[in-house]
Ligand binder design. Structure first.
Ligand code: AMP
Length: 227
């Protein structure tokens, strides 16, 4: 049975960075609903066109669109070893849909890790975030800038100018945080009631510090799982 992880946390809490690292270390599929939606928008698919107006305003994309993405993605071959969901669930309904999907395949969620960071730090992190449109590398112009601003450091992409995600502009960031606080509590309560929730405090903690805490949690989960 694969290891199934949900990574929760407000926008800017470092979910994407941590998710990539955890998935690589444990050979899990990394499923970021935000990345999948952005790639639909880039390709101009119907789904992308439906999602775009919500994403541009920092609002949640309707559950049926996002749940359909997750239902399709989690049955792909690279998910057999397990997967890590980044940015899903974002509503109680999505959490319940995930549980149904898992039980249909005789699976169950192993852990829901919640990255908790103070709002003031989130605003600072998000508005300074830039990423490489080619390789997806993420930088922070304040805390982790590239060596040659405004270019990517990754070999082969040294001439690519880093970009700001449209929804990382300050007004949209405030709206995304408002939406997060409105929707997160019932999801956290849902996983808490199932004994699956593991909080990680990330305020004033760099990416390595957060990763070390996440690793500790996963090491315990792995020893407790039935083989
Ligand atoms: P993220 O990259 O996870 O910050 O997501 C960026 C945007 O994509 C969000 O602000 C939402 O508009 C949309 N989105 C991503 N995941 C979901 C989800 N699970 N449910 C609804 N909307 C989502």
């Amino acid at each position: 049975m694969g290891l199934e992880i949900v990574l929760l946390g407000p926008p800017g809490s470092g979910k994407g960075t941590q998710a990539k690292r955890i998935a690589r270390a444990r050979k899990l599929a990394h499923i970021s609903t935000g990345d999948i939606l952005r790639s639909h928008i880039e390709k101009g698919t119907d789904l992308g066109e439906q999602a775009r107006p919500y994403m541009e305003r920092g609002l949640l994309v309707p559950d049926e669109l996002v749940c359909a993405i997750v239902a399709r993605r989690t049955v792909e071959p690279d998910c057999v070893q397990g997967y890590l969901l980044d940015g899903f669930p974002r509503s109680l309904n999505q959490a319940k849909v995930l549980q149904e999907l898992l039980s249909k395949s005789d699976g169950s969620l192993d852990v829901a890790i919640n990255l908790d960071v103070a709002d003031s730090e989130l605003v600072e992190r998000l508005t300074a975030r830039r990423s490489c449109p080619r390789c997806g590398a993420i930088y922070n112009m304040k805390f982790n800038p590239p060596s040659r601003i405004p270019y990517c450091d990754v070999e082969g992409d040294e001439n690519i100018v880093l970009m700001q995600r449209p929804d990382d502009k300050e007004e949209t960031v405030m709206e995304r945080l408002r939406v997060y606080h409105e929707t997160a509590a019932p999801i956290l309560e849902y996983y808490e009631a199932q004994g699956l929730l593991r909080p990680v405090r990330g305020t004033h903690l760099g990416s390595d510090g957060v990763y070390a805490k996440v690793e500790e949690i996963l090491a315990v989960i792995e020893t407790e799982r039935p083989v």
